[in-house]
Write a protein that binds this ligand. Sequence first.
Ligand SMILES: O=C(COP(=O)(O)O)NO
Length: 249
Amino acid sequence: MGRKFFVGGNWKCNGTIEEVKKIISILNGGDVPSSDVVEVVVSPPFVFLPLVKSELRPDFHAAAQNCWVKKGGAYTGEISAEMLVNLDIPWVIIGHSERRALLGETNEFVGEKVAYALSKGLKVIACVGETLEQREAGSTMEVVAAQTKAIADKISDWSNVVIAYEPVWAIGTGKVATPAQAQEVHAALRGWLSSNVSAEVAESTRIIYGGSVNGANCKELAAQPDVDGFLVGGASLKPEFIDIIKAAT
Ligand SMILES: O=C(COP(=O)(O)O)NO
């Protein structure tokens, strides 16, 4: 059984009520393949989740951009997995490189967050990716494997996990990974899963690419055998997100 193509839109810290409504109307009017072919997830800032949830077309789904590592309580500013479940938000992005870099989220912490979110019934887009320095030092696979291992050490059921490979040097820079670069890391990641988790998990887990994906480069990237979709930042706020969804193969 093939892996269903997956396209996530990470809006990051962007939007006003008016802008969100405009994006939703573009998405709702988009002519895209059926949900049998492509799974589409839209991730607004927390404050817009109820609006997106209520207005978004039923074949697209909402995601939070993060959640706390344990049951809610005296954690000022945090959003708990339980709150997302209560809001009927099915997906959550965890371990984005911007949070790793800006907030010091470690591999271990990300692994714990993924495990807790899954334990509450959420589906998780787990982000990995190396910095430019790490790539130039030739340690891309070592870094991505360590990030993935920190997750694998904490979970046993991968059926609700999508891995997003997002090279930090490609995020927001316009310097998209070449199809060969993306395929190389995705294939190595799948190999790591096969050797360290199981052949079944390696075969069934979607590994999606993120980092300057746009309407012009998505087709060639989507054609790579181990690229199962995208996690799109900037372009997900624009009408070209529809073109990226249509790249589903
Ligand atoms: O961070 C990203 C990618 O962002 P860009 O598409 O803007 O490079 N996805 O989570």
